[in-house]
Design a protein around this ligand. Structure first.
Ligand code: THU
Length: 160
């Protein structure tokens, strides 16, 4: 018997203004996308923006439904759209922002487990990591160099 230790390193920016210009631009797309989220039930608005290797930026936001599980998170709305529209392009960077109508969101909001699994699939598909940046409405921004940092011991096609 032995213990194994799993470690991840993330980078934390103190605020939006500390971001490199290209990431600030991408995050601005995510902020714009967040404004169009359809979230009448949770009132929690999430925006996602993905930069592709063809220089296109694809955005998405959460789309809720009266039948709650039929809704979809912003990350998957965006990544499935990218996969549908640009199947041959690689996904380079992803910016995420979330905010609520009911309180100010200053904590960086990471992608949920289901979205991590969905993003992980594309890292495997393209054999290249995707940089992920996530924030609340304001405040610190967290960067992960790869989705794999956020999903240790993930399930992928190698097990099938
Ligand atoms: N949501 C996202 O869009 N992304 C996440 O990673 C977490 C949650 C959405 C789903 C739902 O519309 C609302 O936030 C509250 O859970």
């Amino acid at each position: 018997m032995k213990d194994i230790k799993i470690e991840s390193t993330l980078t934390v920016y103190d605020n939006f203004d500390e971001l490199p210009q290209d990431i600030a631009n991408l995050m601005q797309h995510a902020i714009e996308a967040r404004k169009n989220a359809y979230a009448p039930y949770s009132k929690f608005y999430v925006g996602a923006a993905i930069l592709l290797d063809n220089n296109e930026v694809v955005t998405g936001n959460n789309q809720e439904n009266a039948s709650y599980p039929s809704g979809l998170c912003a990350e998957r709305t965006a990544i499935y759209y990218a996969g549908a529209k640009y199947p041959k392009s690689k996904l380079l960077k992803m910016a995420l922002t979330a905010g609520s109508n009911e309180h100010q969101t200053i904590t960086p909001i990471p992608p949920c487990g289901a979205c991590r699994q969905a993003i992980a699939e594309y890292e495997v598909k393209q054999d290249q990591p995707i940089e992920i940046y996530f924030m609340g409405e304001t405040g610190k921004v967290v960067k992960s160099n790869s989705l794999a940092n956020l999903l240790p011991l993930g399930f992928d096609r190698s097990f099938l």
